[in-house]
Design a protein around this ligand. Structure first.
Ligand code: PLP
Length: 468
């Protein structure tokens, strides 16, 4: 089971190290892969924090002038350099022209977000008109559920992952109550098998087959935030729809990370935030998708003037001309400053493709996996040596860029020691470290340096525990 997945990564590493006359773990290999990386120039378009600027850094241990190792783009992406310029442009326009900014300039505030929707649609594999940029993610999830979750006595359940992101869990729970149902009966949680960390597609499909007649909505994440598992969205969509359910995805961790084909897969609805892999800054403008097959049958329940056709929106005649599909879900005018930061990021995405990003990503994450397994696989002969088990699927098609590492020792001191050395990553107690080398701005050298620092962090935390 373990041999096939990273085969292509292994082959690349073996080929490169043979060419260089070194070993797959040597630093030369990282340098070589960076030189060969056709996307390496994209990093220059981001502001990478320096080690010395991160508060936990201990400058007695590490050079403060170096770039930090930023492996937490799964929580908050880095700032595109053009974000500040775009914001300044709008502040200047506001200062100089006031209300005229609504209709003038490169980003007329009255419909600036519309100018990004095609770029966004491209990243998620949607058709123009299937995507709206608005609100925050959880707000959009609520708006979509108001339309897609119409429970009846027979069909009232929502199927979600057992350990769904808390906000999604709460949203679903409250939607069930809103409709007068009881989450005890109507919230169906998809659990992994005993002793397993991730969900098997076959089990998801079997659950849908078994329970489908009572399920109104199947709602999964695209990529699971905790385990990093990438779900088979096409298969889940087909299975749910064949049982008469609506199928939606929260793509918060999938957008800008995995290749999405929301339209082709026939997904009914989806939503995502833009501050993780899409780098729009905390609280950035979120996205929503409704498949065009529903454009004229599914309507927003909560109306506002921004859902009105733009052509006559400002006629102000109080006769609603609701845009078809997801466009009709817009309620308020969008914050232009958030449009600026999202544009800064989508501009960078438009210089490449998700296909190219994924290609690099598979190698980058495969490289990280290779090095971690090489150094930290549990050694039966040395049970005291801290070891790492990767809970993220090893099959590249079943994961994005993130690896979730489960340590044989408590994680807190290791995490602190990593932070002291200029690594930004994410910890979940008791023993999970989530690391996400993102193909837009992370390098193979970042990965190599991370694995080296992980070694010193483990050594240091061992010393600490002995001294304690
Ligand atoms: C990040 C994330 C959220 C956050 O919700 P906001 O409404 O943007 O605050 C919700 N759900 C998932 C799955 C996430 O990954």
């Amino acid at each position: 089971m373990d041999s096939s997945p990273s085969d292509s990564t292994h082959k690349v590493l073996e080929r490169v190290s043979a060419e260089l006359g070194s070993t797959p773990t040597s630093h030369d290999v990282a340098v070589y892969l960076d030189k060969q990386d056709p996307l390496q120039h994209l990093r220059k378009q981001f502001l990478v924090p320096r080690v010395g600027d991160l508060s936990p850094s201990d400058l007695s241990l590490v050079d403060g002038t170096k770039d930090c190792i930023y492996f937490v783009g799964n929580s908050l992406g880095l700032q595109p350099k053009s974000a500040r310029k775009y914001i300044d442009e709008e502040l200047d326009k506001w200062a100089k022209t006031g209300i005229h900014g609504h209709m003038e300039g490169g980003r007329p505030w009255a419909y600036a977000e519309n100018t990004l929707e095609d770029l966004m649609a491209n990243v998620v594999g949607a058709k123009p008109g299937e995507v709206a940029l608005m609100n925050g993610l959880t707000v959009n999830l609520h708006l979509l559920l108001l339309s897609f979750y119409r429970p009846t006595a027979e069909r009232h359940k929502i199927l979600i992952e057992d350990k769904a992101f808390p906000s999604d869990h709460y949203a679903v729970e409250s939607q069930i109550r809103l409709r007068g149902f009881d989450p005890q009966q109507s919230l169906l949680l998809m659990k992994s098998r005993e002793g397993e960390d991730t969900l098997r597609t076959e089990d998801i499909l079997a659950t849908i087959e078994r329970e489908g007649d009572s399920i109104a909505v199947v709602l999964f994440s695209g990529v699971q935030y905790y385990t990093g598992q990438l779900f088979n969205m096409a298969a889940i969509s087909r299975a749910g729809q064949s049982k008469g359910c609506y199928v939606g995805f929260d793509c918060a961790h999938a957008v800008g990370n995995a290749e999405l084909r929301l339209h082709d897969w026939g997904v009914d609805f989806a939503c995502w935030c833009s501050y993780k892999y899409l780098n729009s800054g905390a609280g950035g403008l979120a996205g929503a998708f409704i498949h065009e097959k529903h454009a004229h049958t599914v309507k927003s329940t909560l109306w506002g003037w921004w859902g009105h056709d733009l052509k006559t929106r400002f006629a102000m005649n109080n006769v609603m001309d609701l845009l078809p599909g997801v466009g009709g879900y817009r309620i308020s005018n969008q914050p232009i400053l958030l449009v600026c930061t999202l544009q800064a990021s989508l501009d960078i995405f438009s210089q490449t493709s998700m296909q190219a990003l994924r290609k690099k990503s598979k190698l980058l994450t495969g490289y990280l996996e290779y090095l971690i397994k090489h150094y930290y696989t549990r050694d039966e002969a040395r049970p005291d040596k801290p070891s790492v088990r990767i809970i993220t699927p090893s099959e590249p098609e079943e994961r994005g860029c993130q690896l979730s590492l489960s340590f044989s020792v408590p994680i807190l001191t290791i995490f602190r020691e990593l932070e002291k050395r200029g690594v930004a990553c994410d910890m979940r107690e008791p023993n999970i470290l989530r690391v996400a080398p993102t193909p837009l701005y992370n390098s193979f050298s970042d990965v190599h340096r991370f694995v080296h620092l992980l070694g010193t962090a483990l050594e240091a935390s061992k010393d600490l525990s002995h001294n304690a």
